[in-house]
Design a protein. Sequence first.
Length: 340
Amino acid sequence: MSKIPISPMLVQYLVGLCCLKWHPDDVTVTIGDPVDDPAAGKARDVDVTVTVRRPDGETHAFKAYEVKHENKPLDVAVIEQLTLKLNDMSSVTHKAVVSASGFTDGAKAKAKHHGVTLFEIRPWIRPLQEQFPALTMTGTADECFPTSSVMLCWVDWRLQFVSAQAKAAFSIRADDALVNKAGKKHGIYKTFGAFTDELLFRSTGILFSLEPASTLARTFPVPYPSDEHQVGAGPAWPHTHTLDVRGDGVFVKTGEGRVQIEAITISGSLQWQREQGALYYVMEDVVTGDAFAGALIANKPRQGNMVALVLTPDSREIRIQFVTLTPEQRNFINGLTLTR
């Protein structure tokens, strides 16, 4: 079974999205404490609790365990720790642990002893008729729900930046650290490369509805790629866009001292591109193999932005869910779950 080739943040996203099948207005996601990782020899992994209060009064709690070594199944020690945490939640009537990397036989036995249900998030490859009969569809999720996304992208771009405080020319590399006005590590963008990624997305987020991008999108349909590893592209056109970034409070250290980046000009070409496919995942009961819920995640390259379709085995209803995190929220989650 192949493992999930996605950022660790998607584990709690998927569990939260799947739990929307019960009560979308009463789903709570809480970042937990570090969990001792026997393989690493220290507390380095984080559990995320998804709590659902159903209309019938039952409360379900799911411990979504985000491991940094996704190829290793959860073992007895981790299940023991998570079970103790679940037992401390006195109001919970149903307890579960969710993994994206499976469980050892010992972990399964320990969970059964404590009455804890185990779920695994897996690539959604089984035919829909086997787990989602209410949909009355035949075939796999990607066959029944083919997807593609079209985005405005910068290609062959270069940057020019303005700093009125700079007394001499200076250069910035992608891995150079960014600081705030006080000279401390920047709270959102750790490196200039991360800041550049944000600015490229910010720029196309402004330009996509303006001319000439909007006319070119209507005039030249973006072709579909021939396979999932290719990108379909429309014609490119030269463009320049200047962004005022004083509000980001980004400073860099130079030989002349600390200076603020006030504006950045992006020069290059813009192009509409189409990527085929989405991420298809199902949350399954490890013992029975029954599906809890399935989710189709739009393949968006910007972390913290997703569009998802959520399906359940006992209903034909398909929920459309939008997820958008601010840079501050993304940084907060990253600080808790992605530090290695």
